[in-house]
Design a protein around this ligand. Structure first.
Ligand code: C2O
Ligand code: CU
Ligand code: CU
Length: 460
């Protein structure tokens, strides 16, 4: 086995395909995914009561290809209800995985066939949307890579799924939610992982170009990230190729990556075998904590960042701002006296938050119509106002949108599905309502979502 085969082999066995592995391999777009109990050594002892798609490993990276159909049969091997959502994919509403809104919850022992053709290439992810907090907190968050139709020219690909777990001193789960956290910035985990490991080291080709796909699949934490190198470039943001230059994050100006958000970087590996590049995070009390390391292995490939062409744009319609109708949304506290609906998909028992004073704290939008009805094909501006001191990563299903202005900062016009609203911030986003259906619209701090900060938009 030569070194290159070894690299690809070891990457593949970690569930993290090297670029060549999926671009040349037979497509793996048809799969059965069984949600099941799992255990894994996250720290020093095996943590039981985890939820994954195999008994002893993190949820795998699901690979698809832009414009090619995928068939994913999700089998519920647990006793709780579930439903799987494909975050960021602009697919038909019936495949979106939101209980009561797009499908009925999947009971234990039952399955649901998800079939769709991803229109966009990029980095996406998947997670349940029923028993969301319980199942995500216990492990069920995975990355989805939709490959470009043509090889974009990287030497390797590295997925980094960032997330925390909340464990006690015996490495057993602590309660995943607290009323105090849910009403403020969320309940934080205390074991911080990349691909379920603490500071894993990945071998990458010396002098090569690595596509580093960072995914924040945590239920709560906003990561502040940067690299130990400046020979890197941001290539894509929340799946979509960047069309304007975006400054590389640094220790002084780290990248804020909220729950649900992704960023793809092109990283040039050092020219000497054994040298490393670190992904660092500023955590409370731990500035510059190493999240993962890339270690140069093999002969120098002597690549140059300038070898890379920009990634081809995804086929997203551009909104016509002159004709766009404006809709307002206020994210804030909930009116008194609305108890959460306790259905099959779990509630956290409180109603703290709301959109436009309407909380959606249970599973079903009972007595709650759409927050807005958008006419198919028309352009809209959504004005999002955060009237709380907490940050909210606001996510819209089924459609991509672009920020156009903020009252607090300069926002580059990066196509996205999740925008981080800062304290007291008002952000206007624009979109073309070109995908019909009822699309969930919520905060991706799951305790906020599950205590009211959720709703849906209807596209006719
Ligand atoms: Cu990532 Cu409604 O979800
Ligand atoms: Cu989503
Ligand atoms: Cu929130």
């Amino acid at each position: 086995m030569n070194r290159r085969e070894f690299l690809l082999g070891s990457a593949a066995s970690a569930g993290l395909a090297g670029a060549a592995t999926w671009i040349n391999a037979a497509p793996s777009q048809k799969r059965e995914l069984t949600i099941q109990p799992a255990s894994f050594k996250l720290r020093t002892r095996r943590t039981m009561d985890m939820v994954s798609l195999s008994p002893d490993a993190p949820p795998p990276v699901l690979l698809g290809r832009q414009g090619e159909p995928m068939q994913l049969r999700v089998i519920n091997g647990t006793e709780d209800y579930t439903a799987m959502h494909w975050h960021g994919l602009r697919i038909p509403n019936a495949m979106d995985g939101v209980p009561y809104l797009t499908q009925m919850p999947i009971a234990g022992g039952e399955s649901f066939d998800y079939e769709f053709t991803p229109p966009d290439a990029g980095t996406y992810w998947y997670h349940p949307h029923c028993m969301t907090m319980a199942q995500m907190a216990h492990g069920l968050t995975g990355v989805m890579v939709i490959a470009e139709a043509e090889d974009p020219g990287f030497d390797a690909d590295q997925v980094v799924n960032l997330r925390d777990f909340r464990l006690d001193e015996n490495d057993a789960f602590l309660p995943y939610s607290t009323a105090r956290g849910a009403a403020r910035s969320g309940t934080f985990g205390n074991v911080i992982t990349a691909n379920w490991r603490q500071a894993p080291v990945y071998d990458q080709p010396t002098g090569g170009l690595v596509r580093l796909r960072l995914v924040n699949s945590d239920t709560t934490r906003i990561y502040r990230l940067y690299l130990s190198t400046d020979t890197a470039r941001i290539m894509a943001w929340d799946g979509h190729p960047v069309e304007v230059p975006v400054a590389l994050p640094s220790a002084q100006a780290p990248l804020l990556l909220g729950p649900g958000q992704r960023v793809d970087l092109a990283v040039k590996m050092p020219a000497h075998e054994g040298q490393t590049i670190e992904l660092l995070a500023d955590l409370p009390g731990q500035p510059g904590r190493v999240m993962t390391q890339l270690r140069a292995v093999g002969r120098d490939l002597a690549r140059d960042l300038r070898d890379l062409k920009p990634l081809p744009a995804n086929p997203v319609s551009r909104p016509d701002l002159a004709k766009a109708e404006v809709h307002d949304f206020v994210f804030g506290w909930t009116p008194e006296g609305r108890a959460p609906d306790d259905g099959y998909c779990g509630s956290l028992g409180y109603s703290f938050w709301s959109i436009n004073r309407t909380p959606w704290a249970g599973d079903a939008a009972r007595d709650t119509g759409p927050l807005a009805t958008l006419e198919r094909g028309k352009s809209y501006i959504l004005r999002l106002r955060n009237e709380s001191p907490n940050l909210h990563p606001i996510h819209l299903h089924g459609l991509a949108f672009v920020p156009i202005r903020s009252n607090r900062r300069q926002l580059p016009p990066l196509m996205t599905d999740t925008i981080l609203l800062l304290k007291d911030e008002v952000v206007e986003i624009a979109l073309v309502a070109d995908n019909p259906g009822d699309w969930a619209f919520h905060c991706h701090v799951i305790e906020h979502q599950k205590t009211g900060l959720a709703g849906f938009l209807r596209v006719t």
